[in-house]
Write a protein that binds this ligand. Sequence first.
Ligand SMILES: Nc1ncnc2c1ncn2[C@@H]1O[C@H](COP(=O)(O)OP(=O)(O)OP(=O)(O)O)[C@@H](O)[C@H]1O
Ligand SMILES: [Mg+2]
Length: 207
Amino acid sequence: MRSIPTRGRFITLEGVDGAGKSTHIGRIRQVLEARGLEVRLTREPGGTELGERLRDLLLHRQMALSTETLLIFAARAEHIEQVIRPALRAGTWVLCDRFTDSTYAYQGNARGLGMAAVATLEQWVQGDLQPDLTLLFDLPVEVSLARRKQASLELDRFEQEDHDFFQRVREGYRARALADPERMRVIDAALTPEEVGKAVEKIIESI
Ligand SMILES: Nc1ncnc2c1ncn2[C@@H]1O[C@H](COP(=O)(O)OP(=O)(O)OP(=O)(O)O)[C@@H](O)[C@H]1O
Ligand SMILES: [Mg+2]
């Protein structure tokens, strides 16, 4: 008789642009793989062929806030059905660069859609699926802006927003972490990459 694999864990990384999500996701994978775990790296919006096409629209086309939010959840629905649930069922750990906490912080709080609308879509699209662990890379807006300036990449539609917008994103994230401290761990992302890496590893080791 074949044994049923234990379900993989679902870990998400959150934080404003420049907070260090991409910098640390690869290291988390290494730590988990060193324990013999199967790991799948993915991102939102995106993670599937259709999702990446929606991402491209989301980052570069003007649209109504409701359209933006619905497209994000459309990409998420596809991602969950095609990638996340099958991987978790097979025992693979899923590391996802941004997930629904981003939608609460950006669309719900910073853009002013409100939390209730996001919660309704979350319930519809995710059902009982929630991250087992979320790492919030928390960073003062000034530091985020300085890092992005230094990297001097072309700015997408979200990155062009002003200081107050990112302040609201940060506050939206922190409110989520306060409401759910078990799941969502706050990391001081203003520290050096080495220090942030140590903090991340400590949390990963603890689970
Ligand atoms: N702790 C740190 N101290 C200084 N610079 C950092 C630190 N972490 C990351 N950086 C630099 O900041 C920039 C952005 O980092 P990174 O791409 O990891 O952020 P991100 O959270 O993935 O952002 P985005 O949401 O835009 O993808 C990179 O140039 C990276 O080298
Ligand atoms: Mg990134």
